[in-house]
Write a protein that binds this ligand. Structure first.
Ligand SMILES: C[S@@+](CC[C@H](N)C(=O)[O-])C[C@H]1O[C@@H](n2cnc3c(N)ncnc32)[C@H](O)[C@@H]1O
Length: 420
């Protein structure tokens, strides 16, 4: 899209609203679009530029020199370095000194810059990742996180088959392929507005990252079982689990957020599921949970986490999280896992999952849990995936990375309660 004075000004205004990061970037941008009544024609350019700047912020601040990194300079530097615009296209907008400076921005040799800038990850994140990754892997992960995520769909097998949805998408002139790992996933080319598709309105599919779908296959709930989705949120995984249970048995969807659970309701209605029971809880020790102790076959703990595995979608998280916030999350994660484990029958299965890359939120939480709960064992995730016929080699844990699996970064551990 041609960049005009007017469009540059719209981008600058949006950056002023979003970059202070007082709120999550996607919410701040949506609010800005509504309050400014931004035209639909300009929204894509603005969103792409704002999110592109968040993805490449470390480099752009270096290139703008920190004290002069105004929204205008950030936008111009982003467009010439990452946005596919050449200097000639932007020349009519530029002040005399800006052309020369933008020439220098193009000239930076990425390979000569520090790891934190090449990987676009804060130093504290790099330090924590070094516990489990080489610098080469951190760089590959950071680079993959600078790309935008593909659009994955999960077929609601209660309402449609994967073939039927593929054919329907073809009919709607949407290009798509089957996801390589999830047997119920479809990867769509580009970002068509699928929420207006009659198939979406009819509950035949939901938008869900392929990695998220795999968590359901680790839990592998069966029809007629008693299942708990402990941190259900707006129910992305609840809907998957309910469909895997063919809408039979009982599926409790707990969460402490009334707003998130409210968002589950219309999705449930579309999905056709009748076995889901959403339940607002005050905290992980709520009485509503206690009465189910020892009665549940399978529990999913999709724990609140730093979200650092989702930087492709939420690049602002790396600035919104900190070592302190991760420490606080750790306390919550350990408490939720311990409370959720009490629900299980002997022989029952628990999946602890996060969309974080940090061992501190993943392996370390699971290791501490296993030490404190000798009646639980770890089932190797690789074995469980094999049983589920998912073609993915894994060891003890499920560990997904965008550069390897084309999914968000995910971690999951499968735990089984032994007879006391
Ligand atoms: C990673 S999100 C869950 C996403 C959801 N499973 C999905 O697939 O869309 C974590 C959720 O944990 C919830 N949460 C935070 N503290 C909790 C607690 N003590 N007990 C249960 N849920 C909690 C948050 O409100 C949030 O919705």
């Amino acid at each position: 899209m041609l960049i005009t004075e007017y469009r540059l000004e719209l981008v600058i205004q949006a950056l002023r609203a979003v970059l202070p990061l007082a709120h999550p970037a996607d919410a701040a941008l949506s609010h800005h679009f509504r309050s400014e009544r931004t035209g639909s024609g300009e929204r894509a350019l603005i969103a792409e530029t704002v999110f592109g700047i968040l993805r490449h912020r470390a480099f752009l601040e270096l290139a703008c020199t920190a004290e002069r990194s105004t929204p205008r300079r950030m936008a111009l530097a982003y467009w010439v370095r990452f946005g596919g615009y050449n200097l000639r296209e932007l020349t009519p907008l530029l002040k005399p000194t800006e052309s020369e400076w933008l020439g220098q921005v193009k000239g930076y040799k990425m390979a000569e810059l520090p790891l934190s800038i090449q990987a676009e990850l804060p130093d504290w994140v790099i330090e924590k990742l070094r516990g489990s990754m080489s610098d080469e892997d951190i760089l590959a992960t950071g680079r993959a996180m600078q790309q935008s995520a593909p659009l994955d769909l999960r077929v609601n097998t209660l309402r449609a088959s994967r073939d039927e949805v593929m054919q329907g998408l073809q009919g709607e002139k949407v290009e798509a392929t089957l996801t390589p790992l999830s047997p119920i996933g479809i990867r769509v080319k580009g970002k068509p507005p699928l929420n207006k598709s009659p198939m979406f309105e009819g509950g035949k599919f939901e938008v869900q990252d392929e990695g998220s779908q795999l968590l359901g296959f680790l839990l592998a709930p069966k029809r007629n079982e008693m299942v708990v989705d402990f941190c259900a949120g707006a129910g992305g995984k609840t809907l998957l689990l309910g469909a895997m249970m063919n809408s039979q048995g009982r599926l409790y969807a707990f969460d402490v957020s009334e707003k998130r659970l409210a968002n589950l309701k219309p999705r449930m209605a579309r999905s056709g599921l009748s076995n889901v029971q959403p339940q607002l809880i005050a905290h992980e020790h709520d009485q509503k949970i206690k009465r189910l102790a020892g009665k549940i076959d399978r529990v999913l703990v999709d724990a609140p986490c730093s979200g650092l595995g989702t930087l492709r979608r939420n690049p602002d998280l790396k600035f919104r999280q900190s070592p302190t916030s991760v420490d606080e999350l750790n306390v919550k994660q350990a408490a939720i896992l311990a409370a959720a484990a009490k629900l299980l029958k002997a022989g029952g299965r628990l999946v602890y999952a996060t969309c974080s890359l940090l061992p501190q939120e993943n392996q370390e939480i699971v290791a501490a849990f296993l030490t404190a709960h000798p009646n639980f064992i770890l089932l190797p995730a690789g074995e469980v995936l094999k049983q589920q016929k998912i073609p993915l080699e894994m060891g003890d844990y499920l560990q997904l990375l965008p550069q390897v699996h084309s999914t968000d970064g995910f971690f999951a551990a499968v735990l089984e309660r032994q007879a006391a």
